[in-house]
Design a protein around this ligand. Structure first.
Ligand code: FE
Ligand code: FE
Length: 167
């Protein structure tokens, strides 16, 4: 499909997020497995369930526009996942990998928050009201997850520093 109009761009960005969410869904079980903190693991597992809903919501958005649900590679999320793979290859201590993962998950949430915020603005301007409410639900999930990660991060960071940082 050639991209000529703002409507085309909107669909392109939906396809990008549709791929992003599927990449994230695949990555979350690994992050849950690498979590050592129970609250962190619970938050990741809860977000995995939400991500299924987010994918369904995107499918409903495509449907409301009369488009087939298709994906286009999201290189932003692909890059974040590759960073994780490279870091794991450095054989970090499990506690350090957990801290890295909290940071990586926060970056992912911020990426999603920006993407959904933009999509909502575009949907509003283009008059796609059904899309607006579905995308808002996804945005809310991401904002809640970002907040949980912030809370977990300060606690786990300070515990890990106490544990592993020579005075
Ligand atoms: Fe998501
Ligand atoms: Fe998310």
């Amino acid at each position: 499909m050639s991209i000529k109009t703002p409507e085309d761009l909107f669909v392109h960005e939906l396809e990008d997020m549709y791929d992003a969410e599927q990449q994230i869904l695949k990555a979350l079980p690994k992050l849950a497995q690498e979590a050592r903190d129970d609250k962190l693991r619970e938050a990741i597992e809860h977000h995995e369930v939400e991500t299924h809903t987010q994918i369904q919501n995107l499918e409903k958005v495509f449907q409301s526009l009369g488009h087939q649900a298709e994906s286009t590679t999201c290189y932003g999320i692909k890059g974040l996942i590759q960073e994780h793979e490279h870091f794991v290859a450095e054989q970090p201590a499990p506690e350090v990998l957990q801290l890295f993962n909290i940071g990586a998950a926060s970056k992912t949430e911020q990426y999603e928050i920006c993407s959904y915020t933009d999509l909502i603005t575009e949907a509003q301007l283009l008059g796609h009201d059904d899309a607006v409410s579905l995308l808002r639900e996804n945005l809310k999930h991401e904002q809640e997850m970002a907040k949980k990660l912030e809370e977990v991060n300060s606690r786990v960071s300070s515990d890990t520093i106490k544990q592993l940082q020579p005075a």
